[in-house]
Design a protein around this ligand. Structure first.
Ligand SMILES: N[C@@H](CCC(=O)N[C@@H](CS)C(=O)NCC(=O)O)C(=O)O
Length: 230
């Protein structure tokens, strides 16, 4: 039975897993779920697909799993995956985990909070955030991006773990692309991030562009309407 990936390409961890599976030639059935249309919010979805009602998740036969990083680790155990993505060597693997643990409460939290405050909530409610909320969410996002640039994009690069690309690069790039939906492009403000993300994109293409197609389209129209403010 083929692995099923449930995802929405507007979700950062969904894109990361999608790119990872494609790059490694893991056969999987694509099961898109539209978060914007609320497909994950129904009772039927909860009963039939995932009681957690979040994407991404997988069904591998009877086995169901949520959490993109846990899924990536499961895939590396179950399928022939090139070692550099998530090395078997204990110390090398620990360094990939170091980033994957760090990002939850930094890049992931702060870029998502900015997006929710300035793009998703206004879209849902028709109300713009107060200046105070706007400034605060932007401040924390910028702080995380600066820390990422200073501490993770070292001169030993070009990738987060050095000479070879790993899953940490895919995860980070997908999160850092996300604020573009709200008209803020980190690549314009952080030159080291720009150079690194262009390399990640090159290494992961054509799947990187495929996964970001919808985001690129929405970001373009969002950029036009919010440029003045940002
Ligand atoms: N830590 C989880 C994050 C899962 C998550 O928060 N997914 C979001 C999209 S990025 C979602 O499904 N949100 C729908 C909702 O909360 O209604 C992972 O890495 O898989």
């Amino acid at each position: 039975m083929v692995l099923k990936l449930y995802y929405d390409l507007l979700s950062q961890p969904s894109r990361a897993l999608y790119i990872f599976l494609k790059l490694n030639g893991v056969p999987f059935q694509q099961c898109p779920v539209s978060l914007m249309e609320g497909e994950h919010r129904t009772e039927e979805f909860k009963q039939k697909y995932s009681k957690f009602q979040k994407v991404p998740f997988i069904h591998d036969g009877d086995f169901k799993l949520i959490e993109s990083i846990g899924i990536m680790r499961y895939i590396t155990r179950e399928y022939p995956i090139e070692d550099h993505w998530y090395p078997k060597d204990s110390k090398k693997q620990a360094k990939v985990d170091e980033y994957l643990e760090w990002q939850h409460l930094n890049i992931r939290l702060n870029c998502s909070t900015f997006l929710i405050t300035t793009w998703m909530n206004p879209m849902r409610t028709g109300k713009q955030p107060s200046q105070e909320k706007y400034d605060s969410s932007k401040k924390y996002m910028l702080k995380s991006l600066s820390t990422f640039e200073e501490l993770f994009l070292s001169d030993d690069g070009p990738f987060l773990m050095g000479k070879e690309i790993s899953y940490a690069d895919i995860q980070a790039a997908c999160e850092i692309e996300q604020p573009r939906l709200a008209g803020f492009n980190p690549m314009v403000h952080y030159p080291k991030i720009k150079t690194w993300i262009e390399l990640v994109r090159k290494e992961c293409n054509p799947y990187y562009d495929e996964a970001h197609e919808m985001l690129n389209m929405l970001a373009e129209s969002s950029g036009k309407s919010t440029k003045a403010k940002l």
